[in-house]
Design a protein around this ligand. Structure first.
Ligand code: PLP
Length: 462
């Protein structure tokens, strides 16, 4: 550690945690444990069977904290956190559901069942938006660097191998395929040196974003091995370290009484005091996630390190497709010192049919929610689609020369020059994603498409 940093740390006492969070055990439940989740036993048998069918195909993982503190069991199935974590029949298309249900009911043999499950999964677009091929850089010798994605000039995404699970799973997760054991979809790096070598060679990068899974699943000692070397002068160009996580929702005890929580808080403090901007990119979908004592204490604890917390999450039918929910969530975030950052459009994968909110409706929800909050909560941008060419925001709906159009813009683009140029798509009240949209005003294609095709052909050939 640089001497200056050491001196600063001695001068400032670390945040002292409130008591009462020691030794809370992390107890997790997966598909095999459905019959052991106490509150489920009060639900109708038919509903429990539906959960078994759906969780044969889509990943399921929940923990005792979510069950006890986040879900209102008197409001099933409407409760938003129940929808966020527990499988629902509508998450599979009727034909898929019926096929797997019949096999389970008839006690089909394992091989038959697994073959059917595999086919259904493949039909659910497990590879949205060229995730794998187009963003993975290569080293000087031409080897693909697994676990690193570099799509936008300033920001590198890193997928540490020890962080490739979560404290619970979201039913709408766009990385669902890696959690059902599809190893070909798994993006992970096991070597800190891969990351560090890449960053040393890329001084145009200012932001490093740890993602997963959930990097906060990692033991602090692993996180430290990735983070601490970044304090060396060779990484002075890395100004910001972002850590994407849902732990503030699913397991706030990670920052409170977990065995290496104190060490984690110290690590974040050290990074901040050494001059890095540390941003915890918290995934939130509903204000209920902010509404427990443990969640609030964990937020205080992180903020006491000097790290920022920024909030982002998708707009999801059955969970938060309501402007009141977003307005209340953003207001609570600002009150707790969290900065609202992105409202995303749910990607085209997995149980998409169940969760989809059309773009036109998404924009209405965003607009109405933004109107209800103060300027400090209007830092949330969206609704934004993380599509292969870039992050595209629906800015609004208007009429030009009598034609009803969506006004769109890139928030991020594979070519930075695409950013902030308004462009127009034909209005379509059912469109749910960029590739459902058509250019408006007589254009044959969107302004970026020819260049995007060339970039893509180039990457896929290389
Ligand atoms: C969103 C995103 C980023 C970060 O973009 P910001 O606009 O800086 O938040 C980086 N890489 C990928 C692949 C992304 O999707």
């Amino acid at each position: 550690m640089p001497q200056q940093t050491q001196k600063v740390m001695q001068q400032w006492p670390l945040h002292v945690l409130d008591g009462g969070y020691e030794n809370v055990p992390f107890k997790v439940f997966t598909q095999r444990d459905l019959d052991r989740i106490a509150p489920l036993q009060k639900l109708p048998e038919a509903m429990r069977f539906e959960m078994k069918v759906v969780s044969s195909v889509l990943p399921f993982r929940v923990n005792q904290y979510v069950i006890d503190e986040l879900i209102d069991w008197s409001n099933i199935p409407a409760d938003p956190i129940f929808q966020l974590t527990f499988p629902q029949r509508g998450m599979l298309a009727p034909a898929h559901y019926d096929r797997i249900a019949a096999l389970l009911r008839d006690g089909a043999d394992k091989a038959t069942l697994n073959a059917a499950i595999g086919e259904v999964r493949l039909a659910l677009n497990p590879h949205p938006a060229d995730q794998m091929e187009m963003n993975m850089p290569r080293d000087a010798a031409g080897n693909r660097l697994d676990g690193i994605q570099h799509k936008y000039r300033e920001t590198v995404l890193f997928f540490p191998s020890q962080g490739q699970t979560c404290h619970a799973y979201c039913t709408f997760c766009f990385r669902w395929a890696q959690f059902v054991g599809d190893k070909t979809l798994r993006i992970a790096a096991s070597e800190a040196s891969t990351l560090h070598d890449y960053l040393k060679a890329h001084t145009e990068v200012t932001d490093l974003l740890f993602t997963g899974g959930d990097p906060m699943v990692m033991k602090t000692k692993h996180l430290k091995a990735y983070l601490e070397p970044l304090l060396e002068p060779a990484f002075d160009h890395i100004q910001t370290i972002r850590i994407g996580t849902k732990a503030l929702t699913f397991w706030p005890h990670r920052f409170l009484g977990a065995e290496d929580a104190g060490e984690l808080i110290e690590l974040l403090t050290r990074m901040v005091r050494a001059g890095k901007h540390v941003a915890v990119m918290a995934h939130y979908n509903h204000w209920k996630e902010l509404d427990t004592d443990a969640a609030r204490e964990a937020i205080r604890s992180i903020r006491s390190t000097g790290a920022q917390i920024r909030a982002q999450g998708p707009l999801i039918a059955h969970i938060n497709d309501d402007p009141d929910v977003w307005a209340k969530m953003w207001k609570m975030q600002v009150k707790l010192g969290i900065i609202p950052y992105y409202m995303f459009v749910e990607r085209d994968t997995g149980a998409r049919g169940y969760f989809e909110v059309p773009l036109a409706r998404a924009w209405e929800i965003y607009r109405q929610a933004i109107q209800r909050v103060s300027g400090l909560a209007r830092t949330a941008r969206g609704p934004s689609m993380s599509a292969s060419p870039g992050k595209v925001e629906v800015q609004g709906v208007t009429e030009i020369n009598g034609e009803k159009v969506f006004v769109l813009r890139f928030i991020q683009g594979r070519n930075p020059d695409w950013v902030q140029r308004p462009f127009f798509a034909k209005y379509d009240d059912t469109a749910g994603w960029l590739d459902h949209l058509e250019p408006a005003l007589g254009e044959a294609e969107f302004f970026y498409e020819a260049e995007y095709r060339a970039l893509r052909d180039d990457k896929l050939a290389g």
